[in-house]
Design a protein around this ligand. Structure first.
Ligand code: SAM
Ligand code: SF4
Length: 451
């Protein structure tokens, strides 16, 4: 299980920033959309020089566009519970935070929160919970999924929750969960042990092997990512890439998403500052290197990051961002005041984010099509590798955007409508006619229209 971490140590051992001709060669190979070996990814992570960084960002934007087209997927987290039996030194939900106001949503409360998000326009939601046998166990997650699917028009639930057994993964899968996400925090075992002193999470190997269990149980789409700032990012970012390669070699599916959470200060946390700070420039470099090394993975930037940096990340490889987030259970109706997990930076709501994305010449997407059409795991990877995802993603983004504009009538609608029409016109021949016909059905009231 730890073999891929040995590969990381080997690749980092003598890695130096590449010479300019070496960089050209690496970037030209990255343009073939087959990913990069760890040795190349390690060299890219060493780059500090401005022109070289610019070349990396440009290539990452090109690769993102070739795989996914102009679309940027928008989603929101729904925090279910802040009860936790672990004691991660950096987290506001930790057991030792005696001042925390604890809350676990009842199924009815979770449905209410999901309805608020759905009215806003989100049909894809990621549920998040602290680790607690009663308030975030598999039975609780199954009940919540049943209630949200049967009582709202949310189309896909993803989940970020504590690692479980193969058997419990099967149950979560049957309950209809899409992506299972879990962050390794750090792949550096010694640091991991210090940062996670007690509780189930203190078992480094149980966490490291969670995605193997998920994929073994048939959970095709898994989301990974170290929490940046806990350890040297060169090691942790390279380990995330190696982790994805390990999963692809073993199960035929790379990580569906790689997130770039960066440590934020949290009320009640023991650690207030990152032991290994990651600068904004390094953050962008990590986003770009993920994109070049695992081109078919969604690279996800959360609202932990400031507005301008998030926009810059969309121009160097990121393909998904959250918007209008709350990290407090019950936080979307504005009534509850429970302890949130950490401080947020970008508090722009969905309409504003979608408008900004349109103004950047990109295409906001609220699409859930892959999960509706069974393009998951290795089937997703094959579609993406064959180069067919680009058009599918663009068409589905247009359909989901049309639905959003009609149903939510957001501020800035005209700008988004213009962007929709512009991308529609870029389609050629038969496909353009087909997408137009599908858009008309949305206008007439049909919903969840997708390819
Ligand atoms: N409790 C589960 C776990 O730890 O895997 C799942 C949910 S936890 C709320 C989601 C993620 O939040 C953690 O995996 C961690 O990476 C991130 N997180 C925790 N404290 C943070 C902080 N202070 N700043 C930024 N992200 C943080
Ligand atoms: Fe609990 Fe997760 Fe926070 Fe750790 S990161 S204290 S496991 S909620």
């Amino acid at each position: 299980m730890t073999d891929f971490l040995r590969d990381v140590e080997d690749a980092l051992g003598n890695a130096k920033a590449p010479s300019s001709s070496e960089l050209d060669d690496i970037l030209s190979r990255a343009g073939e959309l087959k990913g990069l070996p760890l040795s190349d990814a390690a060299k890219l992570l060493m780059v500090e020089e401005e022109d070289s960084l610019r070349a990396i960002y440009e290539k990452a934007a090109e690769v993102k566009s070739a795989v996914f087209g102009p679309r940027v997927v928008l989603f929101a987290p729904l925090y279910l519970s802040n009860y936790c039996s672990n004691d991660c030194l950096y987290c506001g939900f930790r057991k030792s935070n005696s001042t925390a106001r604890r809350k676990a949503l009842s199924p009815d409360e979770a449905v209410e929160q999901a309805k608020i998000l759905s009215r806003t326009g989100f049909k894809r939601i990621i549920l998040v919970a602290g680790e607690h046998p009663r308030y975030s166990g598999v039975d609780y997650l199954i009940k919540i999924a049943e209630e949200i699917y049967s009582r709202t028009d949310v189309r896909i639930l993803h989940v970020n929750s504590a690692p479980v057994s193969v058997e419990d993964f099967r149950k979560l899968k049957s309950a209809g969960y899409g992506v299972y996400q879990c962050f390794q925090e750090t792949y550096h075992e010694e640091s991991y042990k210090v940062l996670h002193p007690t509780g189930r999470k203190s078992d480094f190997l149980y966490r490291l092997s969670v995605m193997d269990r998920g994929l073994q149980a048939g959970f095709g789409d898994v989301g990974i990512g170290p929490l940046l700032g806990l350890y040297d990012y060169h090691y942790d970012a390279l380990a995330a890439i190696a982790h994805s390669k390990h999963l692809e070699a073993k199960f035929g599916a790379c990580a569906h998403t790689i997130s770039v959470p960066r440590l934020k200060s949290a009320e009640g946390a023991e650690i207030k500052k990152a032991p290994y700070p990651v600068s904004d420039e390094d953050f962008k470099k990590i986003v770009a290197v993920y994109r070049l090394s695992v081109p078919q993975a969604g690279v996800v930037v959360s609202t932990r990051e400031p507005a301008r940096l998030r926009e810059e990340c969309l121009l160097c490889g990121a393909s998904q961002i959250s918007a209008g987030s709350s990290t407090e259970p019950g936080g979307y109706d504005g009534r509850e005041k429970n302890t949130s997990q950490f401080d947020l930076s970008d508090i722009r709501p969905l309409p504003e984010m979608a408008r900004v994305i349109s103004e950047m010449g990109l295409l906001p997407s609220l699409c859930t099509a892959c999960y509706r059409s069974g393009r998951q795991g290795s089937s997703y990877l094959h579609t993406a590798q064959s180069g067919n995802l680009n058009e599918l993603c663009t068409a589905n983004a247009l359909l989901s955007l049309k639905e959003y504009l009609l149903d939510a009538s957001p501020e800035g609608r005209e700008i988004m409508e213009a962007s929709l029409n512009r991308f529609l016109e870029e389609f050629k021949g038969k496909l353009r006619e087909d997408v137009k016909r599908k858009l008309e059905t949305v206008e007439k009231g049909k919903r969840d229209v997708h390819y």
